[in-house]
Design a protein around this ligand. Structure first.
Ligand code: ASP
Length: 584
């Protein structure tokens, strides 16, 4: 992934270590880097593997040369073919070596805290504490370069589509994503705080009112949430917003950018991204983040049991998943474990059926089911002899979430494993559930435009209102979200009203946005793509920490800088802050 036209030659070096090939034989070269390995070869000779960000090359030196691993060196010598039979097929430079070398030590080094090689799995805490050493490894170099290539492709795609890059403030106010904020004390106004932006959401909407038309930013976002494999306190988004657009336009802009980025990172352009409505995603996969790399879809069985005499199936919803050929490999122990898991997920139980020859059914509940029910279940699932079916009956949302999780448990490969399956999820509900006060909670955020056909339902049945919001999902990870925004004051007032936000609170929280809207807000919409997640998957990593130069650990600490730490009392005084003893 070398940038075209960048030869690597500088005043200090003519070439990069990992790029020397047979075609360079006979050239006098100078390379710079770190000693990756030293092997003595007889009395007078030694082999040094010298590493830079492009890879390693073998250099033949006098064994008297005093260098150890990780010394920084400049080596001059002549490229030549390795002697017959000594080529190393695993190395890009494996057919050549640099001979007759002069070695200049640019800087000695202490022995590294762990070997600098991809083959050694060092403890992550140690790796992060010595991140500068860790970053020298091929894997990290490669990941950072993929990240650079993705950013470059995203920028180019937005530029091509007429978007202008605009920076927005880091010292800001609470934004509407609804996570906990990081706050920064204001020295000039003791007792007051800025919030670090959870996203540039409000700023980008103000830019639309400001006539920017098409905005993008590779933006840093900060959310004080528990950290996970796909979550850090600070993360990067390709943030976009555009005026006078429909949902299809936004999906088109984002698809172009993401497909370009994928192609830049992997060399292969994915197919056009398919779409699923939220309802279909939930019904077929039990989640709004469906992993489409495997089947095991949820099958509707409610009508089959409409008049059942089996009490456990007298429920508003019955669905099942079919594990093809799963009967034999699921003995009693595994079935009990699956049942426990279903209960742990909130199901009252899990019914399993093994399909035998001629459509017979082996199940602890078989005797409670009529012949018609057994036959209709087998038919609806499309089951063949040797298959296993897992059924859950309950309220619909519970059935979906339990079976959706079991589906992932049974079939989901590690997130980064190919193939890459992107999918747009559209028509999310506007609200998800209710808060303690019984008010609906915004599923995306309070500025999301309701579906035009559902406006009347806002007053009568808010939880069934669909929105013009959409997510992008890759291999079961949410890559990003966006929506068409509300730009009319009356619709916004109705949504605030449904959310239980009165005019006073709306003014206090979002007054400056609503105020700006009064001076002419264009219809607009946007999206934000999580760059860390996208890069991790494209780089074949299951944890975003592997594609971030300086990440925090799971507990939010930075082993490198030891942040967070106390600040001197003098500084606290200036900020007007007194620290209370930790709560017991
Ligand atoms: N600000 C939203 C988020 O970070 C994305 C958007 O609606 O554009 O999730």
């Amino acid at each position: 992934m070398t940038e075209e036209g960048a030869s690597g030659a500088t005043g200090m070096r003519t070439d990069r270590c990992g790029e020397l090939r047979l075609g360079d034989a006979g050239r006098l070269v100078a390379i710079c880097g770190w000693v990756a390995r030293r092997r003595e070869h007889g009395e007078h000779l030694a082999f040094l593997d010298v590493r830079d960000h492009t890879g390693v090359v073998q250099c033949v030196v006098h064994s008297g040369v005093e260098v150890r691993n990780e010394f920084v060196v400049r080596v001059t010598g002549t490229v030549r073919a390795r002697p017959e039979g000594t080529a190393n097929a695993e190395l890009a430079t494996g057919e050549v070596e640099v001979g007759d070398c002069e070695v200049e030590v640019l800087n000695p080094a202490e022995p590294p805290p762990f070997p600098v090689t991809d083959r050694v799995d060092a403890d992550e805490g140690l790796r992060l504490r010595h991140r500068s050493v860790d970053l020298r490894r091929d894997r990290m170099q490669r990941n950072l370069r993929i990240r650079g290539a993705v950013n470059r492709a995203l920028r180019a795609a937005m530029d091509r589509q007429g978007f202008t890059e605009v920076e927005t403030p880091m010292l800001w106010v609470p934004t509407p994503e609804g996570s906990r904020e990081f706050v920064v004390p204001a020295r000039l106004k003791p007792g007051s705080f800025y919030a670090l932006p959870q996203s540039p959401q409000i700023a980008k909407q103000l830019l639309m009112v400001g006539g920017v038309d098409r905005y993008f930013q590779i933006a840093r976002c900060l959310r004080d949430e528990d950290l996970r494999a796909d979550r850090q306190f600070e993360f990067m988004q390709l943030d976009i917003e555009a005026s006078f657009v429909t949902q299809d336009d936004v999906l088109g802009f984002v698809s172009a950018a993401v497909l370009d980025a994928a192609e830049a990172a992997t060399g292969t352009r994915p197919e056009e991204i398919p779409r699923l409505t939220w309802t279909d995603a939930m019904e077929r996969f039990g989640t709004d983040k469906p992993d489409l790399r495997f089947a095991l879809e949820l099958v509707e069985l409610t009508p089959v049991f409409a008049g059942t005499g089996f009490n456990a199936f007298k429920a508003p919803c019955v669905k099942g998943i079919l594990v093809p050929g799963g009967a034999a490999e699921h003995g009693r122990g595994r079935l009990d474990a699956l049942t426990d898991r279903a209960k742990q997920l909130g199901a009252k139980g899990l019914v399993w059926l093994k399909v035998g020859d001629g459509g017979t059914v082996d199940s602890p509940v078989a005797k409670f089911l009529s012949d018609e029910e057994r036959a209709a279940t087998v038919a609806a699932l499309g089951a063949s002899p040797g298959d296993l079916a897992l059924l859950v009956a309950d309220e619909r949302p519970r059935v979906l979430s339990v079976l959706g999780t079991l589906r992932n448990d049974l079939g989901r490969p590690p997130v980064s494993e190919g193939p890459y399956r992107y999918v747009w999820i559209t028509e999310f509900p506007l609200f998800e559930g209710t808060d303690d006060a019984g008010n609906p909670v915004a599923a995306h955020h309070a500025f999301t435009m309701p579906h035009p056909d559902d406006l009347d339902l806002l007053a009568t049945d808010p939880l069934s209102v669909r929105s013009q919001s959409y997510d992008l999902v890759l291999n079961g990870w949410e890559l990003g979200s966006g929506s068409i925004r509300i730009h009319q004051a009356d619709v916004q007032a109705k949504v605030f009203d449904t959310l239980g936000i009165d005019a006073e609170e709306a003014e206090a929280r979002f007054g400056f946005l609503l105020g700006a809207f009064r001076y002419g807000a264009p219809p607009h919409g946007g999206f934000a793509v999580g760059i860390d997640r996208l890069v991790a998957i494209l780089a074949g990593e299951d944890n975003i920490r592997e594609v971030i130069a300086f990440p925090k650990t799971q507990s939010g600490a930075d082993p490198l800088t030891e942040a967070p730490g106390p600040v001197p009392d003098r500084l606290l005084g200036e900020l007007g802050i007194r620290v209370l003893p930790p709560r017991a």
